[in-house]
Design a protein around this ligand. Structure first.
Ligand code: HEM
Length: 375
């Protein structure tokens, strides 16, 4: 469908064929991003990865993020710290200093998400507030770059003849924090909501998690790798509640034509009972194999596809699987008193990421790691 938003012709791609055409066949033509004044203010003139126009800076920034921040070793270390942190919180409560910084990041991310969610919303947004938000981000990023990662990208890879400035490093970190937080969080929220709607499904997954992790303090990455039911739930959340359903907009770098013109992840030509949450569709063993989200099955593109595809995909999958396994392992979950599954409001918010419109409120009862199976 072609829309004219002001003077900007905007092509909405929502069929499998059109997605293949834009993200594969014409990937090179559509490998850049439309300019956003708000995005530029927040990212030092689009010097990050997600808003950077196609070109050397984007290529080198994406490579540096993949090699130095999202490498398997780095991901493993971060995930270890994460599951360790979750286990520590369960036994020891939270660490005050970390809580404060997390809260500051939460505010900064919410601000950026609000501004970047609408087309050209910055025109309605007071520039003073935008500058204040950019300042907030700047101060937080200064602390991180100063304290934690000063040499990481600046000294980077001797084989790479590309110099990032300190400010470039800051906005690339901002990208990783902003692009990687809300997206993964909404997967956790939707998975918990779907489990509360279907307690038998939650019990099935919880049994899998508790059997696999046995009496350990917390499930490990190796335990999670064997959890096929948990993985199917994550895939079904990514299909039915795609965290970033509009991806990040692309801009055509040359005049081009795209096929004629339905929503892919809920298209009945590709999915049985598409509007229902049925993780078992991803456990089917008879051919054809279920679609995967790695960018080549165009009916299922939660991470996009082609040159601008999400570089955090593997990290995000490990992170949400480990987090969900931890939540099911450490706690028994129920709805607040007087509420039944049918009362859950599954309406979606609108925005660059799609959350539950009504925040999920649940009762969590900690379970001792040494207690038996589900009671
Ligand atoms: C469930 C979690 C996530 C989802 C659903 C998601 C989804 C997406 C989507 C749809 C895009 C746009 C792709 C396109 O235009 O074709 C994207 C881009 C991006 N994502 Fe993610 N993402 C997730 C987690 C992460 C994480 C954990 C990180 C980093 C740690 C990350 C970093 C990025 C970056 C840097 C880009 C811009 C890539 C570019 O423009 O070349 N994402 N993501």
């Amino acid at each position: 469908m072609l829309l004219h938003i002001g003077k900007v012709p905007t092509l909405v791609v929502s069929s499998v064929e059109a997605a293949r055409e834009v993200l594969k066949i014409q990937d090179l033509t559509f490998a850049t991003r439309p300019f956003s004044a708000a995005g530029a203010t927040l990212t030092n003139g689009c010097r990050n990865v997600s808003f950077a126009p196609d070109g050397e800076h984007w290529r080198q920034g994406k490579k540096a993020a993949v090699v130095h921040l999202l490498s398997p070793n780095k991901v493993h270390g971060l995930l270890y710290a994460f599951s360790d942190g979750l286990a520590c919180r369960v036994v020891a409560g939270s660490c005050a200093a970390r809580e404060v910084r997390t809260q500051r990041f939460r505010e900064a991310i919410n601000g950026a998400t609000a501004i970047l969610s609408g087309p050209r919303l910055e025109e309605l947004f007071p520039s003073l507030a935008l500058k204040k938000l950019a300042k907030k981000w700047n101060a937080l990023l200064d602390e991180i770059v100063e304290v934690d990662f000063i040499d990481l990208l600046l000294s980077a890879d001797p084989a790479v003849d590309y110099a990032f400035s300190r400010d470039d490093v800051k906005v690339i970190f901002m990208d990783i924090i902003a692009a990687g937080t809300d997206t993964s969080y909404v997967v956790l929220e939707w998975a918990m909501a779907e489990w509360m709607k279907n307690p038998a499904l939650m019990e099935r997954t919880q049994r899998e998690v508790r059997e696999a992790a046995g009496g350990k303090p917390a499930p490990t990455e190796d335990d999670v790798a064997g959890m096929s039911h948990l993985r199917a739930v994550v895939k079904e959340v990514l299909r039915l509640h795609m965290p970033a359903p509009l991806l990040i907009p692309r801009e055509a770098m040359a005049a081009t034509r795209v096929l004629g013109y339905d929503a892919m992840a809920t298209d009945p030509d590709w999915w049985e009972v598409p509007e229902e949450f049925r993780p078992e569709r991803f456990l089917r063993e008879e051919p054809p194999p279920p679609a995967d989200f790695r960018g080549s099955d165009f009916q299922f593109l939660p991470f996009g596809a082609g040159r601008r595809m999400c570089p955090g995909m593997n990290f995000a999958i490990c992170e949400v699987e480990l987090a969900l396994a931890g939540l099911l392992y450490h706690f028994d979950w129920s709805l607040p008193a007087g509420m039944v599954p049918e009362d859950l409001d599954m309406a979606e918010s609108s925005g660059i990421t799609v959350r539950l419109k009504t925040p999920l409120r649940l009762v969590a009862v900690p379970r001792s790691p040494n207690s038996g199976m589900l009671t």
